[in-house]
Design a protein around this ligand. Structure first.
Ligand code: 3HC
Ligand code: NAI
Length: 708
């Protein structure tokens, strides 16, 4: 393994070059070498100044996050502060020269240097909060000393990156230089030597409040306390308070204590798990990273309905020329009008400029003529969820599209392999399952058919990054990863309503458990008709359980015209966007309970609601793993946190089951409900994988699926 640090000497200056690809993370090995190199520089009479810089695309992008895991992490974290001290106390000027990004522990290295220069295009930030921790290498104490407490609190609490010019303006940087980092650092060091400038330890500076008065601090504390699921937020405020009120060393000790507390929290473990899971999801076992990609210069979307409009907007935003195809002029006009209105809204909110919108709309070609698809490199169908219609469309694509074009379907439930066969080009065929609203939701489930070619898969995965999506690959099964798990959750929600819970109680219990939206509100937003029709299709295809009460509430809502928010009534009645409890829904549930012989209860505990909705969902996730539908447990967690409003601080359903609830508890409660409710339909049958892991004391997260 090559060394992460190289030492050069030039004109009396020691140049420390960090080279630790891919992102120059400050690993334990790098920190040890830095400490040694600094001791040498201090002792070297020929060394008059030191420059710290990095090779590659960026300066240091933080501590090595993988090294923050587990009990061995503390000694590794403890390597940071001695290096910071060594930099700061060096009796010769130390310059940090940054380019690309300087993040987390990387920026903290820069803060401990005496002078800072950066490329004008570079960005700096302390994003630790996004991992549920805080800057733990002196950042909370040094940053306020450079930029004032107000800016420091803003930067550390938000985790947002700041551009070089803004960083210069606030006093974080001393100079900008468009030269390569080594040249920029050396020039600065020589200027300093010429001027006779000496060391300038940040720790000796006074903290300026920068306008952060007692009231503002109280407010920051109250905001942080309101979100106890994210303990780092409060810890950050406490560190800034320490910087304002205590000497540097005491502040540093407080930071150290709080950092460790946060690092060990469930929240940070969950967020770090998701950081890696999201990056893992992009990698496909058995698919080499250098798999050749098919060029995507122009795309087509078929159907300008709810999904087609949103899907095409993603490509327009990325500047990719797009054909939007419909069968009827009216539907096409409606779709285009909707896209325009969405853009107008973005302009009004100041999120997009007129020029960006014009450029995006210039890429759009609305059409009624399938011949316009002939030169598209990728075509995604988003027509009605009807097997016959979709097969006809796929057949047409097989005839019309050029050889080598990728053919994709946005179906949420239909069999991708059947559609692939209809196209006559199964190797070119793939599922691209976007989520509604497709221009906003970040998740993209990429469905790998039996015959999907590796380069098709690789191309779609790369393209997903271009259009700002997080892609997860799923095998072919009913509902893929996300909707298959959702099914059991929605099943129990309807049963709970028939047993006596109100939509509000179900939603509140689920939202208190951390999900962004309860099932009833969610279905009202999506349209209860969409949900009910899926159940009707299941029945047609023999996929619905032999249980007349199965998802009976949503079916009845469709029959009575309660289609959700768009109809002003669904699980709730709507006054504007306000959801109001509706006695008619209670009556409807009572009637269904009578019809299906379901006993009603006066009181259903919130805990029962949470267990009955979430534990079967976890159980289904375990089945998805044992069937190899998902490549990895983390993929399931990414699907749920990015597509279904599952709280990131719980890490996703699999992480939560393993590390928050505990698999034996999940197993015991599922068994309990099988006992008390009966299990004629197999609703509570344990996944053999879950049962085995619970018995052996292992976790689902440790499961390696056998899918390749
Ligand atoms: N530690 C370990 N690995 C890291 C890492 C880090 N800090 N940052 C990125 N990586 C790895 C990724 O896992 C990925 O590895 P892979 O190729 O094996 O999957 C690889 O580097 C490239 O990362 P991305 O795919 O994310 O590349 P991008 O170019 O899209 O983004 C980035 C680059 C903006 C640096 C992004 O990776 C990022 O945001 N990284 C995290 C930055 C961060 O949070 N730093 C703070 C760390 S905690 C800390 O410093 C504590 C200190 O205060 C003590
Ligand atoms: P929609 O009913 O809003 O739109 C479908 C559009 O397709 C209509 O405008 C129709 O005129 C057009 N169309 C039908 N046949 C066509 C043909 N042969 N050629 C060209 N256009 C044709 O439907 P929606 O909701 O957009 O769904 C589309 C697909 O996306 C379905 O497969 C659905 O399962 C899937 N999906 C829907 C989600 C949702 O929340 N609505 C979420 C994820 C996937």
């Amino acid at each position: 393994m090559s060394s992460p640090l190289r030492i050069h000497r030039q004109a009396g200056v020691t140049l420390l070059e960090i080279d630790n690809p891919p992102v120059n993370a400050a690993s334990a090995a790098l920190l040890r070498q830095l400490r040694e190199a600094l001791a040498q520089a201090a002792a070297d009479a020929a060394c008059q100044a030191v420059v710290l810089y990095a090779a590659g695309r960026s300066f240091v992008c933080g501590a090595d996050i993988a090294e923050l895991q587990g009990p061995a992490a503390q000694p590794r974290v403890d390597l940071f502060n001695p290096v910071m001290d060594a930099l700061e106390s060096l009796p010769k000027p130390v310059v940090c020269a940054m380019h690309g990004m300087a993040l987390g522990g990387g920026l903290e290295l820069a803060l401990a240097c005496h002078y800072r220069v950066a490329h004008p295009d570079s960005q700096v930030g302390l994003p630790e909060v996004q991992l549920g921790i805080l800057p733990g290498a002196g950042g909370t104490q040094r940053l306020p000393r450079l930029v004032g407490a107000r800016h420091a609190l803003e930067m550390i609490s938000s985790g947002k990156r700041v551009g070089a010019q803004a960083a210069l303006d606030m006093g974080l940087l001393d100079r900008l230089s468009a030269d390569p980092p080594r040249a920029a650092g050396l020039a600065y060091a020589l200027d300093l030597l010429r001027e006779g400038a000496g060391p300038r330890p940040t720790c000796l500076r006074q903290v300026d409040s920068g306008g952060l008065d007692a009231a503002a601090l109280r407010q920051a504390r109250a905001d942080a306390e309101a979100r106890p699921q994210y303990p780092a937020r409060l810890a950050i405020v406490q560190c800034i308070e320490a910087a304002l009120t205590q000497p540097f060393r005491a502040g540093l000790a407080e930071e150290r204590r709080l950092f460790e507390q946060c690092r060990l929290s469930h929240t940070s473990q969950a967020l770090r798990h998701l950081f890696f899971a999201q990056r893992q999801a992009a990698k496909l076992p058995g698919l080499p990273a250098d798999t050749p990609l098919r060029p995507i210069r122009k795309i087509g979307v078929i159907g300008a309905g709810t999904m087609g409009r949103g899907i095409v907007t993603n490509f327009l935003g990325a500047g990719i020329p797009s054909v939007l195809l419909e069968t009827r002029q009216e539907a096409l006009d409606k779709g285009v009008e909707h896209i325009r209105r969405t853009y107008d809204g973005q302009v009004a909110k100041g999120r997009l400029s007129d020029e960006r919108v014009r450029a995006a709309l210039d890429c759009l070609r609305p059409s009624l003529d399938p011949a316009d698809l002939a030169d598209c490199d990728l075509v995604i169908e988003a027509v009605f969820e009807d097997m016959q219609i979709k097969q006809d469309v796929c057949r047409m694509l097989g005839v019309r599209c050029k050889p080598g074009a990728i053919l994709a379907s946005n179906t949420s439930t239909l069999d991708i392999d059947v559609l692939a066969q209809a196209s006559g080009r199964p190797a070119d065929f793939v599922g691209m399952h976007f989520f509604s609203p497709a221009n906003i939701m970040r998740l993209l489930e990429v469905v790998r058919g039996r015959e999907t070619a590796p380069d098709v898969l690789a191309t779609v995965m790369r393209l997903s990054k271009t259009i700002g999506k997080t892609a997860v690959v799923s095998g072919v099964c009913y509902g893929f990863i996300g909707n298959r798990m959702l099914e059991s959750y929605l099943r129990e929600a309807d049963f709970l309503l028939m047993e006596g819970a109100s939509p509000r109680q179900v939603d509140r219990a689920i939202e208190n458990a951390g999900l962004a939206m309860g099932p009833c509100r969610m279905l009202d937003m999506a349209g209860t008709d969409v949900a009910a029709r899926i159940v009707i299709e299941q029945e047609k295809n023999g996929l619905r359980p032999d249980d007349p009460a199965y998802r009976a509430v949503v079916g009845r809502l469709l029959e009575t015209g309660r289609l959700g928010q768009k109809a002003g009534k669904g699980y709730y009645r709507y006054e504007g966007r306000q959801a109001v409890d509706d006695p008619e829904v209670q009556a409807l549930c009572e009637e269904l309970a009578r019809r299906h012989g379901i006993a009603r209860r006066d009181r259903i505990a919130d805990q029962e609601i949470v267990e009955r909705c979430l534990y079967p969902l976890i159980n289904e996730g375990a089945r998805i793993l044992e069937e190899g539908i998902a490549y990895r447990p983390g993929d399931v967690d990414v699907v749920w946190t990015h597509g279904y409003g599952f709280p990131d601080y719980l890490g996703g359903p699999i992480f939560m089951a393993d590390h928050v609830i505990g698999l034996p508890v999940v197993r015991d409660r599922l068994t309990h409900y099988a006992d008390v409710k009966g299990n004629a339909q197999g609703y509570w049958t344990l996944s053999p994988l879950l049962e085995r892991c619970a018995a052996q004391g292992t976790t689902l997260s440790d499961t390696h699926t056998n899918r390749t």
